[in-house]
Ligand binder design. Structure first.
Ligand code: NAP
Length: 456
């Protein structure tokens, strides 16, 4: 009898999600000595997840990682099935019936809530919505953002907040040769925003930006980065964070903030203010957003564990538009255990858990496994860990599975319009062609119907 993973009996694996963690799982599977077939699913007709829909349009170099994913996509044994939503178009049972193993790599698709009054006032948006909008994600392309406002607030000091603030700070000229969606470029070109306030509940040493991202604010054509030097006074624990080897990134960020604070402000139309130790209490306004009430905070606790505590003082900041950029949460899929508190699928090193017990044949990787942290490369070792668990378990796996062909049969019976990798390449080529006259790397299709029309 051939064992599973041999030439005549390949291991059939489904990967749900075609972002970095899904592709690194595929790469790691193909790197093993086993014979493996992989079917990768995405709910959109387009692959690459956050590399297409999340990475900022003015960070094209980061998107070069797609070359690696393209190579994986044309490997023997690999199939892409786009425009198929797991949990709706196919069920968890369909996956179990057709694959020996399933790896969920479906990311963290929703935003964390601030949980304060006024959060849903008109003019208050999630970073996800804005990022999706300027990146041409079909879910968000029809949203509108009132860029006639003069003051914007961005809550949170991570790299997503940096992306959102930078896009708001840039001129149309700085954006026009990126792959920013056309509808967004047109509206941003008319933007009347003059001030962007990027607000951290903790101090400058605790900001989660990466220094490279932060430095970019010092190089903007028509926007000054502004830091009030009095906000760079540090308590003892923050000093210790800077002195510790773990604090290297924080030291670099702190140096950038000091540079911003010492700059002579040149005459520019926009200013981006980095503010610290201010926690949102309430979004104010009646019909629509008019401002934000912030608690002045101080820090308490040991180095690297400092928490923000209210001092009792408050400050109001007027704003007509606000973006909540305080991290993401995963969303549940019917039939899969979900940890509501952490917003992830519960797991042990990538093995899915149900009430603490391992669910045979089901694995997780990426943000839905560990939560929304890390850069693209962080997903590589994470996926290797998950795949190692899967390969350790291979002896326990049994049975004939039809893999891709079984799923295609179900989809065809349901008349679901699945998009394969060749279909995606047609969309890809058409987008690149549309971008050429504008000097853009591509002009994305932003509606699923438009994408499907290309493949007809
Ligand atoms: P993040 O790095 O976790 O930052 C979240 C920010 O929100 C932190 O400043 C956090 O402050 C703040 N926050 C959380 N809850 C809050 C609350 N209730 N009130 C006020 N502030 C609150 O998350 P992210 O920016 O969404 O990024 C997610 C991951 O993607 C990160 O690992 C990031 O580096 C990565 N990413 C990378 C790039 C890039 O490499 N170019 C681009 C985008 C995203 P505390 O520290 O006090 O919790």
């Amino acid at each position: 009898m051939n064992s599973i993973g041999s030439e005549n009996k390949p291991l059939e694996v489904a990967i749900i999600g075609s972002g970095p963690s899904g592709y690194y799982a595929a790469q790691s599977l193909f790197g093993s000595e086993k014979k493996i077939n992989i079917t990768m699913f995405d709910r959109l007709p387009t692959p690459y997840g956050l590399v297409r829909g999340g990475v900022a349009p003015d960070h094209q170099k980061i998107k070069n990682v797609i070359r690696v994913y393209e190579k994986i996509s044309i490997s023997p044994g690999f199939q892409f099935i786009g425009n198929v939503l797991v949990g709706k178009d196919i069920s968890i049972d369909d996956l179990r019936n057709n694959f020996h193993a399933t790896i969920f790599a479906c990311g963290a698709e929703t935003d964390r809530k601030l949980g304060i009054p006024g959060e849903d006032l008109q003019g208050s948006h999630t970073a996800t919505a804005f990022v999706g909008w300027y990146n041409g994600h079909p879910d968000y392309r029809d949203l509108s953002f009132d860029l006639d406002q003069e003051i914007a607030v961005v809550v949170g000091q991570g790299n997503v907040a940096a992306d959102v603030s930078r896009i708001l700070s840039k001129t149309a000229d700085e954006l026009k040769q990126t792959d920013i969606a056309d509808h967004a470029l047109q509206q941003l070109a008319e933007s009347k925003i003059k001030e962007i306030h990027v607000i951290g509940r903790r101090g400058p040493v605790q900001a989660k930006f990466t220094p490279e991202e932060l430095k970019e604010f010092g190089e903007l054509e028509d926007c000054n980065p502004v830091v009030d030097s009095s906000t760079l006074q540090l308590n003892e624990a923050s000093q210790k964070e800077l002195e510790s080897p773990e604090g290297r990134t924080n030291v670099k960020n702190f140096e950038v903030f000091k540079d911003f604070a010492n700059r002579d402000l040149t005459k520019k139309n926009r200013s981006c203010f980095f503010r610290f130790l201010e926690g949102p209490i309430e979004l104010m306004g009646t019909e629509r957003l008019e401002g934000i009430l912030l608690a002045k905070n101080s820090l308490s606790g040991d180095p690297f564990k400092q928490r923000a505590e209210k001092t009792g003082e408050t400050v109001e900041q007027k704003c007509g538009i606000l973006f909540r950029s305080i991290g993401y949460n995963g969303i549940p899929i019917e039939g899969v255990p979900f940890d509501e508190k952490e917003g992830i699928f519960p797991n042990d090193k990538g093995r899915l858990l149900d009430n603490g017990s391992v669910v045979n044949g089901v694995y997780v990787t990426g943000w839905i496994k560990r939560g929304p942290s890390g850069i693209i490369g962080t997903n590589k070792p994470d996926s290797v860990e998950t795949v190692n668990c899967l390969l350790e378990d291979i002896e326990k796996i049994d049975g004939e599975k039809s893999g891709n062909s079984g799923i295609m049969k179900i989809l065809s019976e349901k008349q679901t319009r699945a998009v394969n990798y060749d279909g995606w390449k047609k969309i890809d080529e058409a987008e690149v062609k549309r971008g050429e006259p504008k000097g853009k790397p591509r002009e994305k299709f932003t509606r699923i119907e438009e994408m499907l029309d290309i493949i007809k």
